[in-house]
Ligand binder design. Structure first.
Ligand code: ADP
Ligand code: ADP
Length: 226
């Protein structure tokens, strides 16, 4: 079953700018889709429409078999990780991870189970009582991912999640994300400028330019390596 379906999706901003034009893509369960393309080509806009953070001007967006054009972000089976992992500074790692579940009125004992499970997957168990300022950059990024995975979303959206990290950490986190994808068996859409990330993580790569999808291909075909 398709995990996500975008049909004839358009986005025109209130100032009249057409940021995304006739975007079509069927994403299967457990795919790792990469969006690449020059700055300003509409990658973030597309991701934000999938997340429900940006209104869709026309077209049809489905998550699973449900049309979600008018469904609120919190009611979409989706989680998003941004590049500037915005953790709440006054909350501990545990509280940061529990926050979204609390908002959704998940019972306390269930929250506890979900947070501890996510912490285990991301190797954060020893850090649950710390505040963000007492964490390294890589640890903070793992907490940001923890906040996203606690809800066990069907679809995981990542907008350049590693671009603020140094090269060494980026390499380590790339491996972490790959493991996470395998362990969770979730569908991921991932925006990046980094060709290594695109090649090693992606099952398919979507090349965008000026609001239009130019090509959709496997990394092997696109980058022409054996
Ligand atoms: P990318 O993620 O590929 O860098 P974006 O999706 O962020 O591109 O932006 C696509 C285009 O839409 C850019 O030209 C950007 O300036 C424009 N844009 C983004 N947000 C708005 C907005 N709120 N109003 C008008 N134009 C916007
Ligand atoms: P989710 O798990 O759905 O991503 P978040 O925990 O990221 O939820 O945020 C939930 C809501 O709380 C957002 O609408 C956000 O605007 C709001 N929020 C943002 N900053 C804070 C803060 N420091 N304390 C409490 N709520 C906040």
């Amino acid at each position: 079953m398709a995990s996500l379906s975008l049909k004839h999706i358009n986005k025109t901003y209130p100032n009249g700018f057409e940021a995304v034009k006739d975007f079509n893509l069927e994403i299967e369960d457990k795919e790792f889709i990469i969006f690449v393309g020059p700055s300003g080509c509409g990658k973030s806009t597309t991701l934000r429409m999938v997340a429900g953070l940006e209104e869709i001007s026309s077209g049809e967006l489905k998550i699973g078999d449900k049309v979600v054009n008018d469904v609120e972000p919190k009611d979409r089976d989706i989680a998003m990780v941004f590049q500037n992992y915005a953790l709440y500074p006054h909350m501990t790692v545990y509280e940061n991870m529990a926050f979204g579940l609390k908002l959704r009125k998940v019972p306390k004992d269930e929250i506890d189970k979900m947070v501890r499970e996510a912490a285990k997957i991301l190797d954060l168990e020893a850090l649950l009582d710390r505040k963000p300022k007492a964490l390294s950059g890589g640890q903070r990024q793992r907490v940001a991912m923890g906040r996203a995975i606690v809800r066990n979303p069907k679809v995981f959206l990542m907008d350049e999640p590693l671009s603020n990290l140094d090269a060494k950490l980026r390499g380590q986190m790339r491996i972490e994300i790959s493991k996470l994808h395998q362990r969770l068996g979730t569908t991921i859409i991932y925006v990046t400028h980094d060709q290594t990330e695109a090649m090693t993580l992606g099952t398919r790569i979507v090349v965008m330019n000026a609001g239009v999808v130019q090509q959709v291909d496997t990394p092997q075909t696109l980058y022409d390596y054996p």
